[in-house]
Design a protein around this ligand. Structure first.
Ligand SMILES: Nc1ncnc2c1ncn2[C@@H]1O[C@H](COP(=O)(O)OP(=O)(O)OP(=O)(O)O)[C@@H](O)[C@H]1O
Length: 638
């Protein structure tokens, strides 16, 4: 039977009257808990009442249990079994995200988890019998051809110097691990397989320049019926300190991220395989066993983890592989019906690895450690409890599992060659079948009972399907709503960004305009000064002009007077005969006869207006023609 353990994450008790009640969980005794659906749970909403469910485990570890208690209960018996009888063993953790799986298996250096304590116990058991690397290599190379690293060299350039608070030797002594044969030497190899997005990777393999890692396949081992991860590197560790440092380095390389459920949430399943080789240097005899510690990534609901994009894809892949594991466990449990149920282990790389390596099929001792967070989501934790209830009913003898070609075979070490699937078991030739009515009636009754049970199961499955559909619809709606909110948020962010940019642009413009205004004001002040100066200059100039104008007028009057005087004087000098000639000329003009002096003047380029009169005096010396405006001051009747 698979041993199932429950570790309750540390939480305060409900109150003093209920010291064993933590959130929705009550610890009834060492192996039984009671789950009661709180009012805000989906189960409560569906059934419209508080539901309660009892779940049994091999052992329950209370919130007060230390890491050493967990090791002592869960891993110590497996390790002891492996050391004593060279059996492979497997311990895997299961639980929702944030329930404490990684904490339980690895923990921080001051509270090291089961993996580190197991290393301490292993090296305590083989102390003084550790093989050196060359010895281990010479014997090991005959068994398996894979890449072997030496921990001391691998860790040389790694910055991992944490000190792990491992228990003292006296702690290990209490388990009497000292069961190994002292005529042998022992070599320990560690390897780390990471199952990420349904592909297997070697955690210690360096990624390429572009971050690409080589996915590995499972390949049949040359030395056994098992399949192993082909090409995974195995690291020879010489002592417990190296083993702890190596585990810590590997954990740093593991994919993890922060989600709403867990600040450091594992995004991959981690399989830590510790191989113990027992070497007889004199005879060359070799045997080995594996201790596998598997930290499964936690199941998570998109709504509670609030994941999207790549995280959502990772979460879906994790949930898918856990679902496949649940289906395999269910198929294994049903083998009690006496029918051969196909174990669909090929549905995911996780189940393929666990089944092909002989775990969960009877060739290895298997324990399951369920982690529960009593203050977390009731619905998610209750789902995990159902898995564990299945696992508890699994008996470990070999069971048929689905092979690649659709045939069934046993994963146990004893193949049933030549027996086709479904062929009846060979009867004893001497015993003819006897008809027993009572037996047939009993069979009929059993079949009817079975039928009834199956109908009930069907009804249960139907109601579960309805619940599931409701949950899926709810999840989809929440997802849609969150997407819409996300789009709204992005839109609002952009809007805010744009308005901020607009405001900045306007502020910038305003600054520039203010600068221009200041410049303009400065320019205007300068111009005003100039204008005032120019106005002053203008008024001075006007004054001067006025003065000069008055002077000019005065001079003009003076000139006019002089001219008039001169004209008077010259006209007075004209003789009677001259006056007579002028009169004749006037007369001639009046009669529109050609006046020779006017033609002469026009030839000289002078324009003569109609009101211009040409005076010609023919007296010696010949007089110059004088242009005279028709002026009242000038007497025309000379
Ligand atoms: N028993 C405990 N005592 C104290 N702290 C705990 C305990 N169990 C878990 N924690 C704390 O709870 C947090 C979540 O634990 P952890 O990372 O181990 O969860 P997980 O189940 O491995 O989650 P995931 O599947 O997302 O990786 C961690 O900070 C861890 O220290």
């Amino acid at each position: 039977m698979i041993q199932t353990y429950l570790r309750v994450k540390s939480a305060p008790p409900k109150d003093e009257q209920h010291p064993d009640t933590f959130g929705f969980l009550t610890i009834l005794n060492d192996s039984e808990i009671l789950l009661e659906s709180p009012e805000d749970s989906h189960a409560f909403r569906v059934s419209k009442a508080r539901t309660s469910e009892r779940v049994q485990f091999s052992r329950i570890l209370k919130p007060t249990a230390s890491q050493l208690d967990v090791f002592a209960e869960t891993c110590a018996p497996l390790l002891m079994d492996s050391l004593l009888s060279q059996h492979d063993s497997l311990l895997f953790t299961l639980g929702v995200s944030g329930a404490g799986k990684t904490f339980t298996l690895f923990g921080p250096p001051d509270r090291p988890g089961v993996a580190y304590i197991t290393m301490g116990a292993l090296f305590h058991a083989i102390r003084d019998r550790e093989a050196s690397f060359p010895v281990a290599e010479s014997l090991r190379s005959r068994l398996d051809k894979c890449k072997i690293l030496e921990a001391s060299k691998y860790l040389a350039d790694k910055h991992q110097n944490a000190t792990f608070a491992l228990p003292p030797a006296s702690f290990y002594d209490t388990f009497s691990f000292d069961v190994v044969d002292h005529s042998y030497q022992y070599a320990v190899y560690l390897s780390f397989a990471e199952i990420y997005n349904d592909r297997i990777f070697d955690l210690l393999e360096k990624a390429s320049f572009f971050g690409h890692r080589r996915a590995l396949n499972l390949k049949k081992s040359a030395t056994s019926d098992k399949k192993a991860v082909n090409g995974i590197q195995k690291v020879f560790v010489g002592n417990v300190a190296e083993a702890c440092r190596l585990i810590a380095v590997a954990l740093q390389l593991r994919k993890s991220t922060s989600t709403k459920s867990n600040a450091v949430s594992s995004r991959s399943h981690l399989v830590l395989c510790a191989e113990l080789y027992q070497l007889q240097p004199k005879t060359g005899e070799i045997s080995s066993c594996e201790i596998n510690l598997v930290d499964l990534a936690g199941s998570e609901r998109t709504r509670s983890a609030e994941t999207s994009g790549l995280l959502l894809r990772e979460g879906a892949s994790i949930n898918k592989s856990l679902l496949a594991l649940g289906q395999c466990l269910e198929a294994l449990r049903r083998k009690h019906d006496g029918k051969q149920h196909v174990v669909p282990f090929r549905q995911s790389k996780l189940t393929e690895l666990l089944f092909h390596s002989g775990h969960l099929t009877g060739t290895a001792r298997t324990s399951m450690l369920v982690n529960i967070d009593p203050l977390g989501s009731f619905d998610e934790n209750a789902q995990v409890m159902r898995y564990s209830a299945n696992a508890r009913e699994i008996m470990l003898p070999p069971v048929p599992v689905e092979m690649g070609n659709g045939h069934m075979d046993s994963a146990s070490a004893t193949p049933r060659a030549g027996t086709p699937l479904g062929s009846p078991a060979p009867h004893s030739a001497s015993r003819p079948p006897s008809v027993n009515v009572a037996a047939l009636m009993a069979q009929l009754e059993a079949v009817q009972l079975e039928n009834k049970r199956l109908r009930e199961l069907l009804a249960e499955a139907d109601s579960e399907m309805v619940n599931l559909e409701y949950v899926v619809r709810e999840q989809m709606t929440t997802e849609m709503e969150s997407r819409v909110r996300e789009v709204e948020r992005i839109f609002l962010d952009r809007l805010c960004e744009e308005s901020v940019q607009g405001l900045e642009y306007t502020d910038h413009k305003l600054d520039m305009m203010a600068k221009w205004m200041r410049q303009l004001q400065e320019d205007n002040a300068f111009k005003d000064e100039k204008i005032a100066e120019l106005e002053k200059l203008l008024s001075e100039t006007q004054d001067q002009v006025e003065e000069q104008g008055a002077e000019a007028a005065r001079l003009a009057q003076q000139l006019q007077r002089q001219h008039q005087e001169a004209t008077r004087r010259s006209s007075r000098k004209l003789s009677y005969e001259d006056q007579q000639a002028i009169r004749e000329a006037h007369t001639l003009r009046t009669k529109r006869k050609l006046w020779p002096e006017k033609a002469v003047l026009e030839e000289d380029g002078m324009e003569l207006s109609d009101d211009t009169e040409v005076l010609s005096i023919s007296a010696p010396p010949p007089p110059k023609p004088v242009l005279m405006p028709r002026n009242e001051d000038v007497p025309m009747d000379l």
